[in-house]
Design a protein around this ligand. Structure first.
Ligand SMILES: [Zn+2]
Length: 731
């Protein structure tokens, strides 16, 4: 029975067999097949490493649409990078929007072309995760190169030995160690004509005259490929026979083998072998051409990352020397080995701490070849919270009242921002008007804008002056922020410490027992206790964020207590506006609501008591009403009756909002004042609750239900947040 393989296994093997055969068929193309593919998909086939990188970015990121028709847009976008840095990563990296936007700009610059060698430095303070960033980026690049979208080709020679008069039959396979693009084996002077024949007219203009494709006409193949081509020309009768021996092989980037991607760590020993070769291939070549000098199969390790990525992880240890060695290559684009000149066109990357910058400042003429990209600490609270999820699991959410975890993240981020911002000072002339919504330094405004959200509370005049120039200035400041304050590592430690303390307290039955959720008071107490940590947070920020939190929560409670029919309120206001022009004692049909109204003092009073905060004399009510009557007359004159109704008038809007606000306050005040509510909330859900006064019970049930349904509280959370507010107001 041992030979009877399971049927499933047999199926699997045949499946693999088919798949691998297909793959193989796709990996090596004859030169005509390659040209055919080039003609069909030029943008995909004609790519160098820079264009590949650009395409890889857009393959993985997700851009959300810009605010439509915003004429002041500076193309700062909401970009999701999870597929690039987070999904399936051993160590996820979380890119905030400022960084994501910098990366997209970088990717776009790769496509602008004229790629003279440059050194791209990802510069970031310790604990910013820049090594993780680069590792994940390169891993994704490698993966991309193996997808259908990411296919790319390199020259691959298959010399027909018989045709070349060798004693043995078969083929000599010679890979190009420099991963030359197959199109480059076509002699330079004929390339334009080849493309003109292969491409449609539209693509012709796109490719032949664009800077990003300059390399297609300009670059030359490596010395091995060109000497091989020359040697074959003198040996074979027609060029067609040469092209019969040239193939295009799928360029398989492989970091572990250092093919197309090499990453050097500071501790990696310097390579001893300067010249690389392949003795078997060299011997065969010497045999065929009867001359060992005609085609020399030698190259350096830089060849292996030609048209690929050469990366240094930190400028320390041996990497310092590696960086200095790169200097010549980067400025000349050429690497000399013995009497050969090797072309090196790579994407040179290094990550670096800011303090190592002086190491490259000394290397003359390097500076104009350097592009710096800041990888700073996270400035978006949504991304910051994700790092907590990553370390402690999503379930941490369940232990916080809604909004508190986000506020914790905002406090951490505040330590990374500069409270003294030129841009904000120039832009927001009177910050005081926003004290209900924002801290004094407007850090919360900044955080919101960095997340590409213009807060709803921002007034029109400030929206108008938030023009291109101001946006540019503000986002430029983000480049310098996130270099100080709590590092990513520190913030995880702080969160861990805070969370553990709280969990322990909660297990010991502190407060309301096991279900107690973390409140803003817990957050504040924590930072009050740890002075060294509090010192990194801008003065007053924690108090501000608590004030805003309290304000928001009170609004939620007011909303949730509010049991009025908005349509009824609207009709009452319309009736009132209409009646203000009539005398007491009359009876009129209101044309706006079609309701009959008896105009009495009681009628006026029933509405006016919600228009004033305090009780007022009948005389002042009368004066107020006369004023309204005058405004109504003016508003109606200005109204375009064909298109608008009374609901569009400023006077209606004003009264409606005053009325609603006062209604809310009138319900909210007793809620804070009477212990009956507090007790009812504490007893909610217990048998005792059922015995309470039915009015209080009804209101509390309504409140709790609304908090759960509309503001995402749990039942426990809803109770707790009410008590939090009641206690706060008792002080
Ligand atoms: Zn080559």
């Amino acid at each position: 029975m041992a030979n009877d393989l399971n049927k499933d296994v047999i199926n699997v093997i045949s499946l693999l067999d088919n798949k691998l055969k297909c793959q193989e068929k796709d990996t090596v193309l004859s030169f005509p097949q390659f040209l055919e593919r080039l003609g069909a998909q030029p943008a995909k086939v004609l790519r160098n490493v820079f264009q590949m990188f650009h395409d890889m970015f857009y393959y993985y990121i997700h851009e959300e649409d810009d605010i439509l028709n915003d004429p002041e847009s500076i193309n700062y976008k909401t970009i999701k990078c999870d597929k690039l840095f987070v999904d399936h990563a051993d160590n996820p990296f979380f890119a905030d929007l400022p960084l994501a936007n910098r990366l997209v700009r970088l990717a776009d610059s790769f496509k602008e072309g004229a790629q003279q060698n440059k050194l791209y430095i990802f510069i970031g303070p310790p604990g910013s995760g820049k090594s993780t960033f680069l590792n994940n980026l390169l891993k994704r690049f490698e993966e991309y190169a193996h997808t259908n979208d990411g296919q790319n080709y390199e020259v691959f020679w298959k010399l027909d030995l018989k045709k070349l008069g060798a004693s043995n039959d078969g083929f000599l396979e010679i890979p190009c160690p420099s991963h030359d693009h197959p199109f480059l084996v076509i002699p330079k002077e004929h390339r334009r004509e080849v493309l003109e024949n292969l491409l449609s007219s539209e693509e012709r203009t796109r490719i032949l005259y664009k800077k990003e494709y300059e390399w297609v006409l300009k670059d030359i193949p490596c010395t091995i490929c060109s000497s091989l081509f020359d040697a074959l020309s003198s040996r074979l009768e027609s060029p067609k026979e040469i092209f019969d021996m040239i193939y295009a092989r799928r360029y398989n980037f492989n970091r572990r083998l250092g093919e197309g991607i090499s990453v050097f760590n500071p501790g990696d020993p310097p390579s001893k072998q300067f010249l690389l070769t392949n003795e078997v291939i060299q011997k065969e070549l010497s045999n065929i051409f009867k001359d060992s000098k005609l085609v020399e199969y030698i190259y350096s390790r830089y060849a292996k990352t030609n048209n690929g990525v050469f990366a240094l992880m930190d400028v320390k240890g041996v990497n310092e020397k590696r960086l200095i060695d790169l200097h010549g290559i980067i400025s000349e684009g050429i690497h000399k080995i013995e009497d050969h000149e090797e072309n090196v066109n790579s994407l040179f990357i290094t990550v670096m701490n800011p303090e190592d910058k002086e190491k490259i400042a000394d290397i003359g003429s390097f500076t104009d070849r350097i592009i710096e990209i800041n990888v700073n600490y996270i400035l978006n609270y949504t991304e910051e919270v994700k790092t907590y999820y990553q370390s402690f699991g999503r379930q941490i959410d369940r232990h916080f009242l809604p909004g508190v975890l986000e506020n914790f993240a905002k406090i951490i981020i505040s330590s990374r921002l500069n409270p003294d911002s030129d841009a904000i000072r120039e832009w927001i002339r009177s910050p005081r008007k926003y004290e209900k919504y924002c801290d004094d330094d407007m850090l919360l405004l900044k955080m919101s804008l960095y997340s590409n959200i213009i807060p709803s509370w921002l007034e029109d005049e400030d929206r108008k002056t938030f023009d291109k120039k101001m946006r540019r200035k503000l986002f430029d400041e983000s480049e310098k922020e996130g270099r100080e304050g709590f590092s990513g590592r520190e913030s995880i430690n702080i969160f861990n410490d805070f969370y553990a303390t709280f969990r322990k307290m909660s297990r010991n039955g502190n407060g309301f027992g096991h279900d107690k959720l973390i409140t803003m008071d817990d957050v504040k107490n924590y930072f009050m206790k740890h002075v060294d940590r509090r010192e990194k947070i801008p003065r007053g920020f924690i108090d501000s964020i608590i004030r805003l939190y309290d304000y928001n929560v009170m609004e939620e409670i007011k909303e949730s207590l509010f049991n009025h029919n908005e349509e009824r309120v609207s009709k009452d206001i319309q009736n009132y506006l209409f009646a203000s022009n009539y005398d007491i004692g009359e009876r009129q049909l209101c044309p706006y609501t079609n309701e009959n109204i008896e105009i009495t003092d009681n009628f006026f009073e029933s509405i006016e008591h919600n228009l004033f905060r305090k009780s007022v004399t009948p005389d002042s009510r009368k004066n107020f009403r006369d004023e309204i009557a005058g405004k109504v007359t003016i508003c109606l004159q200005e109204l375009d009756l064909a298109e608008q109704s009374i609901l569009d008038t400023p006077i209606y809007k004003e009264l409606y909002s005053i009325y609603m606000n006062n209604l809310r306050e009138n319900i909210f005040e007793p809620f804070l004042k009477y212990t009956a509510y507090e007790n009812a909330i504490k007893d909610y859900g217990k048998p005792k609750y059922e015995k309470l006064d039915s009015r209080v019970k009804e209101e509390v049930s309504f409140l709790i239900k609304n908090l759960v349904a509309r503001f995402k509280y749990t039942l426990e959370g809803a109770k707790q947040v009410c008590l939090y507010i009641i206690n706060k107001n008792a002080y």
